[in-house]
Design a protein around this ligand. Structure first.
Ligand code: MOS
Length: 737
């Protein structure tokens, strides 16, 4: 008998071959009979009105089918600006211009080249009105938002003023982080095809097929079941494919307008204006402590810009409320409205910039106290969630500190600015990381087929996390089937509903549903066998039955049993089918549920050039039960890479004169490349958790980016004695002349 599958096995990606051979079909690659192409005309002013659009030349250009403008377009069922949804849909429904780069016309032609050319022929006359575009100079207009993500904008426990009065050491500093763009490798792409005027199919690259379906249905006055969204592969999302942005709806409008299937793919440049970004932040952090390192007060005030038409508070202070056992904590979030596109969540929203500030400040405190930064964190370890007073469902942060410190060789670290290699300064720094462990309701279907193989499905997204693989593994473990006999399908709104692939919740949520339906299916097959007079299992005790290698058999006598295939053949059943839903139980509300980790960085700084190379990056993470050690590690190193980019190079520069991001491609917006990335060391601290999700797994997609920028900034300080409080850490900030 083959070795049984177990949870956590480092199985390779089920879709790996499809991806590397190009056989995986992404949204932009969908081919349909009669497909035509859309290109956007976008505004060059940041605030104002469209006065007139002259589309005569564009309409006369070769291959052009139509030009949609605010005066000639499909009317939507509701005014998106008045809807409760904050998503910034600017869909030619009026003449208002809210940000530079907003779509104001759409050209549809028979080829993408002709559509793009004709779009350049559209003449637009705009009225431009003055509006604030500079974050720094608009600080005095800051206001409190209704909320910061899933928490209140402001929170205070204890008496912060008193806490600072009791402090024997205090650090206080302002940290700033720039706007960043998600820049997934795959651009946003939609193919829209109507059948009549009431049935719409969208192939769309989305982290949330059901949200896209519901939003589009709402905008076109359709029932959700009349819209089908298909998204079998997503080439990265990181948050920008979590909303139904204008391009999705414009594709559907264009297809309706010309009565042909339409493809709309955003250019890299358009992705800088229309699909969200991580807003820049300005964060003031103050920490008070006793000489022994015990925290007495902590305050964290964050401000970020948002659009004139949408409130998005980057929730920088949420983790500050719970990460350390400090009795007196105050956190606030403020917004400044600018004439810019809407910001949105980006990998580790709030937490990634927030912990850059908090974990840098703790490092400054460690320096002030002449204390080891790991020791300082251990001293303030929170055994219960200090924000809610609740116990943690599980927490292995101490193990993470110790495991990462050990692997990294932290004990060998010397004083600040003490280590050189030739002309290069070497330094080491560390930071904590944490992320809430969300888990949302998910449904799945399972089918056992006559050939003894199984097909599972749930409308989840494959954003790169390995969903196809992990779900098939979970099903295979429960049914006792090898991986090559289980298939998992996803990305289709005709399937049972899965929650969005955001908030690092998808694996925990969907795996619970898959495990549940797999158990139901197994039990159904076993019950059939036990009751079947012709089955070798007839009359056996249910508790004596095990499954493995495609067979049901008795534990007490493994030769007594039969395959699923044999059972279905004898019973003349073409298949067995079950459906089910899983949702975390109400008892989970009594616990604080988070994943934790620790990340350590070693840097080499050239004092003359100001260049920083990260030479080692070590992370230890505790995220509940690991479902696939190989894919988990892969996701961590991807997230750590993104954290390194945040630390050293990623920055979207908004030109205050034009209110446009001038970093409009990957030559200007610097994501790390292979040569920037050291060998990464990831330790997975496995932990049991009976509360957090059905399988005890927590999400990991975001945990790995959080804390990295602080660990690197702290290492840069340790190497050079220069504290950089403004990301990214570019050479100009280190060359002091
Ligand atoms: Mo993520 S920012 O929750 O897609």
């Amino acid at each position: 008998m083959a070795r049984p599958l177990v949870f956590g096995q480092p199985a390779p990606r089920a879709d790996g071959r499809l991806k590397v051979t190009g056989a995986a079909r992404y949204s932009a690659e969908v081919k349909l009979e009669g497909l035509v192409y859309a290109a956007l005309v976008t505004s060059t002013v940041s605030h104002g009105r469209v006065l007139a659009i002259d589309a005569r030349a564009a309409k006369a250009a070769p291959g052009v089918l139509a030009v949609m403008t605010p005066d000639d377009r499909v009317k939507l069922s509701l005014d998106p600006l008045k809807s409760k949804d904050n998503d910034p849909l600017h869909l030619l429904q009026d003449h208002q211009i809210h940000y530079s780069g907003q779509p104001i016309a759409v050209v549809i032609a028979d080829t993408i080249e002709r559509a793009t050319h004709a779009a350049s022929l559209v003449e637009v006359r705009c009225e431009s009105k003055p509006a604030p575009v500079d974050f720094e100079s608009a600080q005095s207009a800051a206001f409190a938002p209704e909320s910061a993500f899933d928490g209140p904008a402001d929170a205070e426990r204890g008496d912060v003023k008193q806490g600072f009065a009791e402090a024997e050491a205090t650090v206080e500093a302002t940290y700033t982080t720039p706007c960043e763009h998600h820049h997934p490798m795959e651009p946003h792409a939609t193919v829209a095809s109507w059948s009549g005027s009431r049935q719409l199919t969208l192939w769309d690259t989305t982290q949330a097929v059901f949200n896209t379906r519901n939003r589009v249905a709402e905008l076109f006055g359709l029932k959700p079941k009349d819209v089908t969204v298909l998204s079998p592969f997503v080439g990265g999302g990181f948050g920008c494919k979590g909303s139904t942005w204008a391009n999705v709806v414009l594709a559907a409008m264009a297809a309706k307008h010309v009565r042909r299937p339409v493809k709309l793919v955003l250019s890299r440049q358009e992705m800088c204006s229309n699909v969200g970004f991580r807003p820049q932040t300005r964060q003031q952090v103050a920490i008070g402590a006793r000489k022994d390192g015990t925290l007495t007060a902590l305050s964290h005030a964050s401000v970020n810009p948002t659009a004139l038409f949408a409130e998005f508070a980057e929730p920088c202070g949420l983790l500050t409320r719970m990460l350390y056992a400090c009795p007196n904590v105050k956190t606030t979030h403020r917004l400044v409205k600018l004439a810019m596109g809407a910001p949105t969540v980006m990998r580790g929203p709030g937490a990634a910039p927030g912990l850059f500030a908090l974990e840098s400040a703790l490092d400054e405190l460690a320096v002030a106290l002449k204390m080891d930064p790991v020791e300082l964190r251990l001293r303030n370890h929170a055994d219960r969630d200090p924000d809610t007073g609740q116990p943690f469902s599980s927490k292995s942060l101490k193990q993470c500190y110790l495991a990462a410190a050990e692997r990294f060789g932290w004990a060998k670290r010397g004083p600040v600015r003490s280590q050189r290699e030739g002309d290069v300064w070497v330094g080491c720094g560390m930071a904590s990381t944490a992320h809430p462990a969300y888990c949302d309701k998910a449904s799945a279907m399972a089918v056992l087929r006559a050939d003894g193989s199984a097909l599972f499905s749930s409308g989840a997204s494959e954003v790169g996390a390995g969903t196809y693989t992990v779900m098939a593994q979970v099903a295979g473990v429960v049914l006792g089937l090898p991986l090559n006999r289980v298939r998992f399908e996803l990305g289709d709104t005709r399937m049972p509903e899965a929650p969005p692939a955001w908030g690092s919740q998808q694996s925990a949520s969907v795996a619970g549903a898959v495990q549940l339906v797999a158990e139901l299916l197994r039990d159904k097959a076993v019950a059939l066998a036990l009751a079947d007079p012709s089955s070798p299992l007839r009359g056996a005790k249910p508790e004596d039955i095990e499954v493995g290698d495609g067979r049901m058999y008795c534990r007490s006598d493994p030769t007594r049993g039969e395959t699923y295939e044999a059972l279905l053949a004898r019973r003349r059943l073409p298949e067995l089918r079950v459906k089910g839903s899983y949702e975390r139980g109400p008892e989970s509300a009594r616990y604080s549920k988070h994943a934790f980790g620790a990340v350590f960085a070693e840097v080499r700084v050239d004092p003359e050039l100001g260049t920083v190379r990260v030479s080692r990056l070590t992370g230890a993470y505790a995220a509940g039960r690991i479902l696939n050690a190989k894919l988990a590690r892969s996701q961590f190193i991807g997230a750590m890479t993104m954290g390194l980019g945040m630390a050293l190079s990623e920055e979207s520069v908004l030109d205050a004169r034009t209110a446009r991001f001038v970093t409009r491609d990957l030559a200007d917006y610097h994501v790390p490349v292979h040569t920037d990335i050291p060998a990464m060391d990831v330790t997975l601290v496995d932990e049991g958790d009976a509360v957090v999700s059905r399988l005890g797994s927590k999400g990991i997609g975001e945990l790995g980016i959080i804390g990295v920028a602080a660990a690197i900034a702290n290492a840069v300080f340790h190497a050079t004695g220069i504290r950089v409080r403004d990301l990214p850490i570019t050479p100009d900030k280190l060359v002091t002349g």
